[in-house]
Design a protein around this ligand. Structure first.
Ligand code: AHR
Length: 499
């Protein structure tokens, strides 16, 4: 019998709601079609935003949305996306599929989307091909309230009130698509560009995010921090966060495989590669600890998720892929890891929200489906703003010779509602496990459970939109502070305990 120990009396840190953040780029059918259809579309919309999609996203309490990229961010010139739509510049989205970008979704539309979602804003600026002036004016346009050229322009475009920019990214992947820079070169640019990302209101400070590493590029982390640390340490608002990007490519970048076509070996390889996230957080966290022992700088995992070959017959530049129980496990594992490292990880954004990579929602014309990954976010939402509790799981190694993973993986928090939330994943493709959970010096009054389970490749389609959906989980035996239950193979479980 597997044992899970929970100590409700040892709180390990606060779980920022932003650990369940999202990312939407001008890429494929994420923004256009997936979210924004325009005011004149026959698809029901509010100010151009799909009603069905916004409603579904509100249900998972999206805390924050990153925009406009991604690689697109370092090619984006924000002034192309303001003013009357008919006169907005049309251009080719060279990075993603070579399609026409008509700029009909710009700053005003993004802010309107976040208003409808009720989420925080995370705008990613352009360092790769943009100027300091351009970035500075964008911040002025969005946040300045008095008389100024940019505030006047915003008012002229129909929005006299300023917006709140909660997070601002100073460039994206500047080691690659964002300019192919060295860490020292970028570090110096960061120093310069961030200077002009001004806080125009003392009660609305912008959280500035410096471009961090790709995967295990510790050299980048070291180089950027080395170049900036005389400021990074202590100087308010110079650097609040450092990003990290890590995608799960089942067979590596050159052999990603397909979302729906995989076997048991690839299942374990995918989960093993996902668990690597923890090592990356520890590795980059250790470097950060040297420069920032007080953990003032957040690690911002602003791109994570599975990345497969695109669905056959779709535009390779659109990164459209299906989503199965394998993705549900990838989401559950990552979200548990972020919770467990909430002392350093302050935000994480799955890539991407709709129709791209590990999407929570897929659309086809007026139809919309929720993916298994969506349901995992729904099941984890009670961790938002919770306090991480100490927990320990006795596990056994399972999988293949090359890819061994623990059979179970968990995180536990005490929610704002006072309940204890346990999210437990069974990584086995075919074995159920009996679990005994013991809570130290605490007795459980009631348990509510929900589970997402199915075959490894179970997924939802436009014909069968509810093939995979959470179900009530019964069969938990409670005795004082101990619980006994059986978790089925290939599943994500959420237990809410009243104590
Ligand atoms: O999410 C797709 C792309 O992956 C982003 O544009 C880029 O930042 C990353 O390489």
């Amino acid at each position: 019998m597997a044992k899970l120990y929970i100590n409700p009396h040892n709180r390990k840190g606060h779980i920022n709601p932003e650990l369940q953040g999202h990312f939407s780029e001008h890429l494929g059918r994420c923004i256009y079609e997936g979210i924004y259809v325009g005011e004149n579309s026959p698809i029901p919309n509010v100010n151009g935003m799909r009603r069905d999609v916004v409603e579904a996203l509100r249900e998972i309490r999206i805390p924050v949305l990153r925009w406009p990229g991604g690689c697109f961010a370092d090619e984006y010139h924000w002034k192309d996306g303001i003013g009357p739509k008919e006169s907005r510049k049309k251009m080719i989205n060279t990075h993603w599929g070579g399609v026409v970008e008509d700029n009909s979704f710009g700053t005003h539309e993004y802010m309107e989307l976040c208003r409808q979602l009720g989420c925080k804003t995370y705008v990613n600026g352009n360092v790769g091909s943009g100027t300091v002036q351009e970035m500075s004016e964008w911040v002025e346009y969005m946040t300045f309230e008095g008389v100024s050229p940019m505030a006047d322009l915003r008012a002229k475009n129909g929005h006299p009130e300023s917006w709140k920019v909660d997070y601002f990214g100073v460039g994206n992947e500047n080691w690659g698509c964002g300019g192919n820079m060295t860490p020292q070169y970028y570090g110096n640019l960061y120093r310069r560009y961030q200077t002009y990302v001004r806080d125009y209101r003392s009660d609305r400070r912008i959280y500035k995010i410096c471009c961090g590493p790709n995967v295990d590029d510790y050299h980048w982390t070291e180089g950027v921090l080395e170049t900036t640390h005389d400021h990074a340490e202590g100087s308010h608002g110079f650097m609040n966060g450092l990003s990290l990007h890590y995608y799960t490519h089942p067979g590596g970048w050159d052999n990603k495989g397909y979302a729906l076509d995989f076997d048991r070996d690839v299942w374990y390889e995918t989960l093993d590669r996902t668990l690597y996230m923890e090592q990356l957080i520890r590795g980059h966290g250790a470097i950060l600890d040297r420069y920032d022992p007080e953990k003032k700088i957040g690690l911002i995992v602003d791109e994570w998720g599975t990345w497969y070959q695109v669905e056959p017959g779709t535009n390779p530049g659109f990164l459209y892929q299906q989503n199965t129980m394998r993705d549900a496990l990838v989401a559950g594992i990552n979200l548990n890891i972020f919770n467990k490292h909430c002392d350093r990880v302050k935000m994480a954004n799955i890539a991407q929200m709709v129709n791209v990579l590990q999407a929570v929602i897929l659309t086809e014309g007026e139809k919309m489906i929720k993916t298994p990954t969506y349901h995992v976010f729904h099941m984890y939402k009670d961790h938002q703003d919770g306090e991480l509790l100490e927990s320990f799981l006795e596990t056994e190694a399972i999988g293949t010779k090359e890819h061994q993973v623990p059979n179970l993986q968990e995180s536990v928090s005490q929610g704002a509602d006072g309940r204890i939330h346990v999210t437990l994943n069974n990584l086995s493709a075919d074995r159920d496990y009996e679990v005994e959970a013991v809570l130290a010096e605490c007795s459980v009054k009631a348990v509510a459970g929900e589970i997402l389970t199915g075959a490894m490749d179970a997924h939802n389609t436009f014909e069968k939109p509810d093939a995979v959906h959470p179900q009530a989980f019964q069969g938990v035996q409670v005795s004082g502070g101990a619980l006994k239950f059986t978790i089925p193979a290939c599943s994500v479980l959420h237990l809410a305990l009243e104590v």
